[in-house]
Design a protein around this ligand. Sequence first.
Ligand code: PLP
Length: 429
Amino acid sequence: MLQPFSQSERIDQVRYDIRGPLNARALELEAHGHKIIKLNIGNPALFGFTTPAHMREAIAANLSNSEAYVHQQGILPAREAVARSLEARGMRVSPNQVYIGNGVSELIDLTLRALLNTGDEVLLPAPDYPLWTAAVHLNSGKPVYYDCMPENNGLPDPAQIEALITKRTRALVIINPNNPNGAVYPKELVEQLAQIAERYGLILMSDEIYEGLLFDDAKFHSAAPLVRDTLAITFSGLSKVHRACGYRVGWFTLSGALKPARDYIKALDVLAALRLCSNVAGQWAVPAAFDGIDTCTPLCQPGGRLYESRRALLEGVARSNYLTTATPMGAMYAFPGVDTTRLHNFDDQVFAMTMLEREHILIVPGSSFNVRYRNHFRMTLLPEAPVIRKVLAAMESVLAEQAGDLLGARPLALTNAVPFSAEPCASFA
Ligand code: PLP
């Protein structure tokens, strides 16, 4: 008799709740004719954002140049454009130091795969973008989390990071601007993190995919120009700043101390070659993206779509009896928390489930981002401001019912109807 096909043990600790059981339930509800407001994923095109025309035209004009495999690191004009863009940061980088992939997603896995042996540790922010945790597990490593607490505006504490370093630590990962909490790291902080990486010989992996999405007076400081005595790997791409997720184009750039990293770079080349190359057509949009006009900044300024949605979020939270949030200074998400002195038994997963079943609003529980606390959630700021207002109003009424704050109401029993794991994050088990 055929034995059951069980999954690899490597998958046991891997989760990606952004497209997990809640999302599956949302699709089910949609199939039954319900309209779901999907705030679970930073996918700009779903909310009417479009890739700038000059990028689309560059792809269309080069379709006939996109039919062969190309160099494993990507087409030269795209790598040259990335290298040129770094001159503005005072960096001189050869196109040979740029690797293009099918989104940053593929490259996170590739760079960790080339690095980690079983049990090697990688310092990750908590909350993190959960692909980082998943990729560490998939490559036999051990995620070690440093806190980016809401009460510290989502910023890490360098002293805590330093205290977590062991003989097994290989890399320090930072996400700046941050997904999910929207923090943008001040220059002194980035400097301190770069110095820690240098002092302990760690690779500094800086995920800067939201680098142009900045609000108010936030200034972005890339880590790479501050790193000399160790290897820096900087990740970025077209998905967010250029609203081009579906073209699947991301890159990383190597800089800093390249000589001691020769062996590791050889491994990167082998892994890049093994998958032949990334999607070629999308790569033609890279020079256009850098040479064309800035279409991102206006979205983040007063009157701009993202700015006004963020304003609606902040006003809604300010009015709320239950919600708090660090002000997102960059990226396209908010990571609000619920006041547990008002709602003692609050559970982020149960709340997310209730919002979906009752209000048809899909959010992601905070614990899906590998934090220890369970009173936060993430939502994207991509819908227009009126939708954000509607979402906040719906949340307020669910929370008021749960708290028993409605006149004559009994506390609401939150929905837990759909089977999903309510256990603490696997990574903390
Ligand atoms: N890094 C961060 C912090 C992200 O938020 C995302 C996507 O949401 C990615 C990497 C992956 O982006 P992509 O694979 O589209 O380049």
